[in-house]
Design a protein around this ligand. Structure first.
Ligand SMILES: [Zn+2]
Ligand SMILES: [Zn+2]
Length: 172
């Protein structure tokens, strides 16, 4: 969805996006989209800068970072992208203020880019199937949600080693 910034009225213009991930050009490894990507966007247009504020929602099927199980994950994220309208100074340099702002040199802004970035960012956060997921034992490889660890000895207990390390650190 491309909007022309020069033709945009001053103030806030709202847009609704309801598209498939495919249409938005989103492709994430080990992740399947179970619903469309819904997004409400407010473009706040000021004279020299504008802000795209959005709320993006979708449902993914992805892999638990702890136990590897495929699970359903709801994405519900807010984002805020700031832009400054580009202008060239007399010496040919592009004028740009704040570091958190992107420069938009042309007149067009693709709102799909903003939505795509927001979904990729939200989906890149580490996700677990449940807060209580115990994960896989690095010693014996068992899924600890389903089976008890059969490891023996201190060395194969990662937390015991960690505690030991922490104690040693404190001594120093
Ligand atoms: Zn898990
Ligand atoms: Zn184990």
């Amino acid at each position: 969805m491309i909007i022309n910034i020069q033709k945009l009225e001053e103030g806030v213009s709202s847009y609704d996006i309801d598209e498939t991930a495919e249409k938005l050009g989103i492709d994430i490894e080990d992740t399947k989209f179970l619903s469309k990507v819904k997004c409400t966007l407010d473009v706040d247009n000021k004279i020299e800068r504008f802000t795209v504020r959005g709320k993006v929602k979708t449902v993914l099927e992805t892999v638990c970072a702890r136990c590897g199980k495929v699970f359903k994950r709801n994405i519900d994220a807010d984002f805020d992208h700031k832009y400054v309208k580009g202008s060239f100074q007399e010496d040919g340099q592009i004028f740009k203020e704040g570091l958190d702002e992107e420069l938009l040199a042309g007149a067009e802004l693709d709102l799909f880019d903003d939505v795509r970035q927001a979904v990729l960012l939200a989906a890149s956060e580490i996700a677990v199937c449940s807060e209580k997921c115990k994960g896989i034992c690095p010693g014996c490889g068992k899924n600890l949600n389903k089976a008890k660890c059969t490891c023996e000895g201190e060395d194969s207990k990662p937390f015991a080693n960690l505690k030991k390390l922490l104690k040693e650190k404190k001594k120093k």
